[in-house]
Write a protein that binds this ligand. Structure first.
Ligand code: ACO
Length: 319
């Protein structure tokens, strides 16, 4: 039986840091409000010339180095992004060119904040099906470009960044299972409705959301998909060594941990420093916890995401 295993992680955050105090000068908000409602204290913002593929490239180089592979070993590239460099070609193809490799399949996955979980699940199935031996899976986002910086209800929530993993075919699991879901009836609750049309933009090209609806839905499905995953693997809540949820709001993360009976010491939290980096948030948090030694061989690591669509899903890993 073929499995896949994560053999290297990497991440990248743009140099510029925007603190809540900086935001106080842009919109009618306070550090106290943002911290109390979201847990966020700062976020990284990409340079005006940087593209999602640039952030992806840095994160990928670090993951490739950690994996100890050559770039030409990569047989598949999947980039999860909601903020691609251009409408087309895909950011994955642009990343492939920047990495200097040819011929392997490369495509983007658009599942918003669940994008990385969708991409990792897809790459795992490719490897298990014998389609390739080694894949690069990336989440890369520049949300600062799709925010209305005059709208205090949204602009304080997001940041830019990228995270990447290299997965390789393995005789032992690795990735134990993945569980993906979507309910498109919620597509109007969270999105960027603007369309590129006849040389201009038709509709609002900024992020809009029903914050309360997103909050409630996120807490509900993050619990449900965690239980579904444990059940599928005949594991209990106490078997989770590390929960790495999508980093949207520390209150969503705390509510999820409470429902799962998990102490917050078992949850990787980066939203305080990174804000919500959408598809990049899970691989950024994973890389941090791998590199600081929290995640150790044999640990069960549960990744779970939820985002626009709505989409949600999980990947359970035995490290
Ligand atoms: N600073 C100060 N006041 C603000 C700000 C701000 N940045 N933003 C909104 N307010 C005000 C509102 O205008 C409102 O004022 P009012 O009572 O006078 O009308 C008041 O604060 C309360 O607003 P609420 O929206 O009720 O605040 P709430 O406690 O629900 O928190 C928040 C809002 C943080 C957006 C919350 O609903 C949330 O986190 N939702 C989840 C949304 C999310 O994470 N989206 C990310 C994308 S989806 C994903 O990644 C899963």
């Amino acid at each position: 039986m073929a499995y896949s295993r994560i053999v290297g992680t990497g991440s990248y955050l743009p140099k510029k840091v925007l603190t809540n105090r900086d935001l106080e000068k842009l919109v009618d908000t306070t550090d106290e409000w943002i911290v109390a409602r979201t847990g966020i204290t700062q976020r990284h913002i990409a340079d005006d010339q940087e593209l999602a593929s640039d952030l992806a490239l840095e994160a990928s180089r670090r993951a490739i180095e950690a994996a100890g592979i050559k770039t030409e070993d990569i047989g598949l590239i999947i980039v999860a992004t909601t903020t691609p460099d251009v409408v087309f070609p895909s950011t994955a193809c642009i990343l492939q060119a920047k990495l200097g490799i040819k011929h392997c399949p490369a495509f983007d996955v658009q599942a918003v904040c669940s994008g990385f979980v969708y991409a990792l699940a897809t790459a795992d199935l490719y490897l298990r099906a014998g389609q390739c031996e080694c894949a690069l899976v990336v989440g890369a986002e520049i949300y600062s470009r799709i925010l209305d910086w005059k709208d205090r209800s949204t602009c304080v929530l997001f940041g830019d960044g990228a995270g990447a993993v290299v997965i390789k075919k393995s005789d032992t699991p690795g990735i134990l299972s993945s569980h993906l879901h979507a309910d498109g009836s919620y597509h109007q609750d969270l999105g960027v409705p603007g369309q590129v049309c006849h040389g201009g933009v038709r509709g609002r090209p900024f992020l809009i959301m029903d914050g309360g609806a997103v909050f409630k839905f996120a807490v509900k499905v993050l619990e449900e998909v965690a239980l579904e995953t444990l059940d599928a693997n005949k594991l209990g809540k106490s078997d989770i060594d590390w929960l790495i949820p999508h980093q949207a709001n520390v209150r969503i993360i705390q509510a999820t941990a409470k429902k799962l009976g998990l102490d917050m010491s078992k949850v990787v939290v980066t939203v305080d420093r990174h804000a919500n980096t959408s598809a990049a948030s899970i691989p950024l948090a994973l890389d941090l916890a791998v590199r600081d030694g929290r995640i150790k061989p044999g640990h069960h690591v549960l990744l779970e995401g939820v985002g626009g669509g709505f989409t949600w899903g999980s990947v359970l890993i035995r490290w």
